[in-house]
Design a binder for this molecule. Structure first.
Ligand code: SF4
Length: 359
């Protein structure tokens, strides 16, 4: 049981992020001159409530992993605030962060690269206990954890290379659990696994969440995986949160054209009663470079609904829809599902811009 988290009610904020920004300076040449700035995370605000799973989804390079690393302070923010359990941790020194580290753990995509190949599983998982517990107690606790994540306690003396990908991920989970954390960042934890093994790991994470009262930030590029695990979702594009809200609301009626395009690629044979056809919406162009993000709405060069003269000059802010659903778009999707042609069609009540009114 995570006794520490029982002090405040489930559903109250554990993590609060305000205007979080991370820029990386790109240097090049013999004199390491500054070549530019990577706008990895730009003005991100979100909340993660106790006991819930916040899914962060987006294409590769959208800033989702950087955001998670900023939250657990593996990276220094350029600006903005991160609060953990009400405490501003964004400017704490590494020494000040030490007591908080055990409360915030990460499960990585490739556990093999984060497991020391020269150490046995018992040593890897038991490391945090070695200061406080006797050898016998450490062994018992590690065996208990191995059993809890679906491995045999007899695996104690084996080495990482002796395990399959799924088993290694279970070891990574046991290691993260060892310190009884309150927050676990799951960074693409099933992306490298077969579909059948993915389901087992997702089920394990879900049951551990209930048992240990855990809060998850779950990062994935895969919307169908995100849907299975998330209570709420934040969709990121080029370092910004473009849409956020309860999982069901967002899947049933995405408001941002980017989310709509992502969702159209998720296999689902049936259509809803609105008569809309389910057809993949193919976006043109590439994801822009975070070194030179497009002005105003960063999605405008690829957006089928973009209006030149508005979307490229005025940045949309997150605005509310039903429930806690928010999207940053001047011309949000009015119904769902839609075909690509329907998405590109402007709503009747919205006047077309002069430059595109012909026809
Ligand atoms: Fe598309 Fe304009 Fe909305 Fe951006 S603001 S997503 S360009 S419609």
């Amino acid at each position: 049981m995570a006794a520490a988290s029982a002090q405040k009610p489930a559903g109250s904020p554990l993590v609060e992020v305000e205007h979080l920004t991370k820029h990386f300076i790109v240097k090049q040449g013999v004199f390491a001159r500054s070549k530019g700035v990577v706008h990895a995370v730009e003005d991100v605000s979100l909340t993660v409530n106790r006991g819930e799973t916040l899914g962060i989804v987006g294409e590769s390079g959208c800033g989702k992993s950087t955001t998670a690393r900023l939250i657990v302070r593996l990276l220094e923010p350029t600006s903005g605030v991160v609060r953990f359990d009400g405490q501003d941790i964004s400017r704490l020194s590494q020494r000040q962060l030490r007591p908080l580290r055990r409360q915030m753990q990460i499960i990585f995509q490739d556990p093999y690269s984060s497991l020391n190949p020269r150490k046995s599983i018992g040593q890897i998982i038991g490391e945090p206990f070695s200061i406080h517990k006797t050898e016998k107690d450490t062994k018992n606790r590690v065996r208990e954890l191995l059993g809890r994540v679906g491995l045999s306690p007899e695996h104690y003396n084996r080495y990482p290379h002796e395990f399959s990908g799924g088993q290694r991920q279970r070891i990574g989970i046991a290691r993260a659990l060892a310190l009884q954390p309150r927050l676990i960042v799951c960074d693409e934890p099933v992306s490298a696994l077969d579909v059948s093994v993915q389901a087992q790991i997702l089920n394990l994470l879900r049951s551990l969440q209930d048992e240990y009262d855990l809060t998850y930030i779950f990062i994935s590029h895969d919307l169908s995986v995100i849907r299975q695990v998330s209570d709420r979702i934040a969709v990121m594009y080029v370092g910004r949160v473009v849409e956020t809200g309860q999982s069901e609301l967002l899947y049933e009626h995405p408001r941002h054209p980017y989310t709509a395009a992502l969702l159209s690629a998720v296999p689902r044979p049936e259509t809803n009663g609105s008569g809309g056809k389910r057809q993949r919406i193919v976006l043109g162009g590439d994801v822009p470079s975070p070194v030179a993000p497009p002005p105003a709405c960063v999605f405008h060069p690829r957006c089928p609904r973009a209006r030149i003269g508005h979307c490229d000059t005025e940045a949309p802010v997150l605005r509310p829809f039903e429930g806690d659903h928010e999207a940053a778009c001047h011309y949000p999707v009015e119904r769902w599902p839609m075909t690509g042609e329907e998405l590109a069609h402007r709503p009747a009540e919205e006047p077309a811009p002069e430059s595109a009114s012909a026809g």
